[in-house]
Write a protein that binds this ligand. Structure first.
Ligand code: AMP
Ligand code: GLY
Length: 423
C-alpha cells in the first residue's frame, strides 16, 4: 500500500514514522511535510487545503489511502470531495466527512450533539449578535470564572476564560463584533469545570472502535502552566489518573454514546476522535471533540502502539476494526516540544538547528523544520518534539530532557517541567 499523509507537523511525522514500520506499507508521501518526514518518505510541496492539488498528488503518486492529519481540510470537506469525485471516490480517506468534522468545527454543534445523546459536558447556551441582551444576563447569572468560546475554528485561540463578569461582558462584545472573524458569529457560554484534563483517542470505522493510548498535554507556553495557550508544549502517556475504572466510565458514558449518536445521525465516521476531557472528582466530562489526532499527543501515543498501525487503518477502511488487534507498550512515553523564541507570538524562522547528531535513546519528531543549503533549519513556532521511553514517567522525562538539552538554535525555548505535576 502507498499512503499519502496530509499535514506538516510533529503529528504527521509521528504518523509517517509509525506507518513506515509496517510491512504492508510500500511507500509514504507527506504533503507538505517537513525535514523530519522526508526521512520516512517523500514530501510533496502542496497545501492540504487545496483539494485540486491534493487530487493531482493522489493521481500522480498512485496512493491507495489518504490519512488527514490536521482539522482544516476535514472541516473543509476533503473526505466529501473524494466521495464526489469519479477519479477519487474509491480512494479511502482516514478522517470524517464534513458533517461529522463539525464536532470540531462548530462548538455549538458539538454541544448540541452531546446534549442530544446525554454525553456529560458543561451546561451551556449559545448566542449571536441578535440576542446579546440574553447573553449578558446569562453571563451575569453564572459564577466566575467565565468560559466563552467562539463557535468556529479559531486556530486554538477561540476559548477565553475570565475571572470577572466585566471582563467576560467585554469579551462577549469583542467576539460577537468580529475578534475571531466568522468563527465568532456565534458564541458558546458554558459553566466552568474544575478538574484535571486529559485526552482520550479512538480510531473508528463508524461502528467498531479501538481505544488508543490516552495522553496529557501541556498547553500553556510558560513554566507551571502559565502564559498564553499554544498548540502544546509537551505530552505524556499513559496518564496515571486514567485508571481502569475511570476509562470504563469514559467508554460507557462518552465513547459509546458518541459512536451511537453519529450512527443515529446517519454519519459514517471513519477516522480518529480526540476527546478532550476534564476529570471532575473521578467523573469524565467532554470539554471538546477534535476529529483528528492531537499534536503533540500523537508523538507519545503512536510510539506506545506496538502492533501494526496500518492494520488498524485497513480495519477502518474495511469496516472490520472489531477483528483488528491493538497492542500497547506498557512503558511511559514523554515528549518535550522545543519552540522558537517568541512562540506563540511572533518568532523568526530559518535558524540552523545544532545537536541533532548528538541525541541517543530518543525519537526526534520534527514539527516545523525544513532543509536549507544542506542544513536543518527552523520553519515554525513548534520546531521539534523530543520523545523518549522510560519504565517510569520520571525515567521517560529524564531521557527526553537529557536529549533536549543537547539541541540548540538561536532563541530556542522549552518548558522544563512537563509531566512534573504527575510525578
Ligand atoms: P478548547 O479549545 O475547547 O480545548 O479549550 C481550551 C482550554 O480551555 C481547554 O483545554 C481547557 O483548559 C479550557 N476549558 C474549556 N472549557 C472549559 C470549561 N468548561 N471549564 C474549564 N476549563 C475549560
Ligand atoms: N494538543 C492539542 C491539539 O492537538 O488540539
Amino acid at each position: 500500500m502507498k499512503i499519502l499523509i496530509l499535514g506538516s507537523g510533529g503529528r504527521e511525522h509521528a504518523i509517517a514514522w509509525k506507518l513506515a514500520q509496517s510491512s504492508k506499507v510500500e511507500e509514504i508521501f507527506i504533503a507538505p511535510g517537513n525535514a523530519g518526514t522526508s526521512m520516512c518518505g517523500t514530501n510533496i510541496n502542496i497545501s492540504p487545503e487545496n483539494f485540486s492539488e491534493v487530487k493531482e498528488a493522489v493521481l500522480s503518486t498512485g496512493v491507495g489511502m489518504v490519512v488527514v492529519g490536521p482539522e482544516a481540510p476535514l472541516v473543509g470537506g476533503i473526505h466529501d470531495f473524494f466521495l464526489q469525485d469519479d477519479e477519487l471516490k474509491n480512494i479511502p480517506v482516514i478522517g470524517p466527512v464534513g458533517a461529522a468534522a463539525k464536532l470540531e468545527g462548530s462548538k455549538d454543534f458539538a454541544k448540541g450533539f452531546m446534549k442530544k445523546y446525554g454525553i456529560p459536558t458543561a451546561p451551556y447556551r449559545t448566542f449571536d449578535i441578535n440576542n446579546v441582551g440574553e447573553a449578558r444576563s446569562f453571563l451575569e447569572s453564572l459564577k466566575p470564572p467565565y468560559v466563552l468560546k467562539a463557535d468556529g475554528l479559531a486556530a486554538g485561540k477561540g476559548v477565553v476564560i475570565l475571572n470577572t463578569v466585566n471582563e467576560a461582558l467585554s469579551e462577549l462584545d469583542a467576539i460577537l463584533t468580529g475578534k475571531f472573524g466568522e468563527a465568532g458569529k456565534k458564541v458558546v457560554i458554558e459553566q466552568y469545570l474544575r478538574g484535571i484534563e486529559l485526552s482520550v483517542f479512538i480510531v473508528t470505522d463508524g461502528k467498531n472502535y479501538r481505544i488508543l493510548p490516552e495522553a496529557k498535554d501541556y498547553k500553556r507556553a510558560g513554566e507551571g502552566d502559565t502564559g498564553p495557550n499554544t498548540g502544546g508544549m509537551g505530552a505524556v502517556s499513559p496518564v496515571p489518573f486514567a485508571t481502569e475504572h475511570f476509562m470504563y466510565r469514559v467508554e460507557k458514558r462518552i465513547i459509546k454514546p458518541t459512536i451511537e449518536g453519529l450512527a443515529n445521525e446517519g454519519i459514517r465516521y471513519k477516522g480518529f476522535i480526540f476527546f478532550g476531557l476534564m476529570n471532575v472528582n473521578g467523573e469524565p466530562y467532554v470539554i471538546e471533540y477534535n476529529v483528528r489526532l492531537g499534536d503533540p499527543e500523537a508523538e507519545v501515543i503512536l510510539p506506545r502502539i506496538s502492533s501494526d498501525f496500518y492494520d488498524l487503518l485497513e480495519g477502518v477502511v474495511n469496516g472490520n476494526l472489531n477483528r483488528r488487534k491493538i497492542q500497547i507498550d506498557s512503558r511511559y512515553v514523554a515528549t518535550v516540544v522545543l519552540v522558537s523564541g517568541g512562540y506563540p507570538g511572533k518568532y523568526e524562522k530559518g535558524k540552523v538547528i545544532y545537536g541533532l547528531d548528538l541525541v541517543s535513546d530518543c525519537i526526534v519528531f520534527h514539527s516545523g523544520t525544513k532543509i536549507e543549503n544542506g542544513n536543518i533549519v527552523t520553519n515554525g513556532g513548534r520546531v521539534l518534539a523530543i520523545t523518549a521511553y522510560g519504565l517510569t514517567l520520571y525515567e521517560a522525562l529524564q531521557n527526553a530532557y537529557r536529549n533536549a538539552s543537547l539541541i540548540s538554535w538561536e532563541g530556542m525555548y522549552y518548558r522544563t517541567e512537563i509531566g512534573f505535576d504527575l510525578l
